[in-house]
Design a protein around this ligand. Structure first.
Ligand SMILES: Cc1cc2nc3c(=O)[nH]c(=O)nc-3n(C[C@H](O)[C@H](O)[C@H](O)COP(=O)(O)O)c2cc1C
Ligand code: SF4
Ligand code: SF4
Length: 264
């Protein structure tokens, strides 16, 4: 079973390719925090492979991935036989795998294999810009080549970590990631401008379903996981975050449709 979390499709793309290559089913783990009433009992058989694919946020795993792992409930006599994690990022991941490994260890499980995949950056709020065009295509082409190697490794239940941690990984992860998780990005700063056609795509792709249409205009609530699906996927590029995003790019993985990113 492969659990993925995604905003703009990179992690879904990787999960889909691995699901096909390894003949494993894939599940959107964000369903768990949208529908907590459905229960957290996970159905897998003893010795089954368990995989996680997710984007890196401020040099750490999204809090919602860690919350999901913490809340996973399986039958007493069942244990995964092999666990892998793929972190997608724009540049590097800091100590993301260290944090993920620790949260698995707290359940008595071992992370056997970890890989970081450099994919197009989808972040444009502070500092960087989202990547599009040739830069994005080139990164995805390289990922396609690496996926063959990752598939071979996973079929052989290989062990090891193949990570672009970047400079000062432990420092960046221990200082910047907690600040980010506390909510540096405020959803109330998202606004739709007059190019908005009331198509409701932003509402449909929102991982937390926190966006509501009020008299034809989207309004953001408080439950934001900062996945940036709304701002990136608006077909009219009508969403901004303060003033800083007005002249910046928007990104969606070109191999994944907007429809696939709509939450069910
Ligand atoms: C809030 C936020 C924080 C991010 N932080 C990092 C980071 O620390 N390092 C990095 O290389 N990329 C970072 N990125 C880029 C994403 O990890 C990358 O584009 C990822 O592949 C997006 O995956 P998705 O399309 O599945 O949502 C960040 C993106 C967002 C939205
Ligand atoms: S996706 Fe864009 S155009 Fe559609 S409702 Fe949201 S802001 Fe308006
Ligand atoms: S409001 Fe936007 S950034 Fe926040 S969870 Fe929803 S889609 Fe993601």
């Amino acid at each position: 079973m492969i659990y993925y979390f995604t905003g703009t499709g990179n992690s879904l793309y990787v999960a889909k390719v691995l699901g096909i290559n390894l003949e494993m089913s894939i599940h959107d783990l964000s369903e768990n925090f949208r529908h907590p009433d459905r229960g957290k009992q996970i159905d897998f058989t003893d010795g089954e492979i368990l995989g996680f694919v997710f984007p890196v946020y401020a040099w750490g795993p999204p809090k919602w991935v860690l919350d999901f792992i913490k809340g996973m409930k399986i039958k007493d006599d069942v244990k995964p036989g092999y666990i892998f994690a793929i972190a997608t990022c724009g540049e590097n991941i800091g100590n993301t795998m260290g944090i993920l490994g620790k949260s698995l260890k707290e359940k008595g499980w071992e992370l056997d294999y970890g890989y970081s995949l450099k994919m197009p950056n989808n972040y444009m709020i502070f500092g960087t810009d989202a990547e599009t065009g040739l830069i994005a295509e080139e990164k995805i082409r390289r990922v396609d080549l690496l996926m063959d190697q990752i598939t071979r490794d996973l079929k052989g239940k290989g062990k090891g970590f193949f990570l672009e941690t970047g400079p000062f990984p432990k420092l960046l992860t221990s200082v910047v990631h907690p600040l980010f998780s506390k909510g540096v990005t405020k959803p109330s700063k998202f606004r739709a401008n007059d190019r908005c056609t009331s198509c409701e795509t932003c509402c449909k792709v929102c991982n937390t379903q926190t966006i509501r249409m009020v008299q034809g205009i989207p309004r953001w609530g408080k439950e934001c996981v900062q996945c940036l699906a709304c701002i990136n996927l608006c077909p009219e590029k009508a969403i901004d975050y303060g003033r800083g995003t007005r002249n910046k790019h928007r990104y969606k993985n070109p191999r994944i449709s907007s429809f696939e990113l709509e939450k069910k």
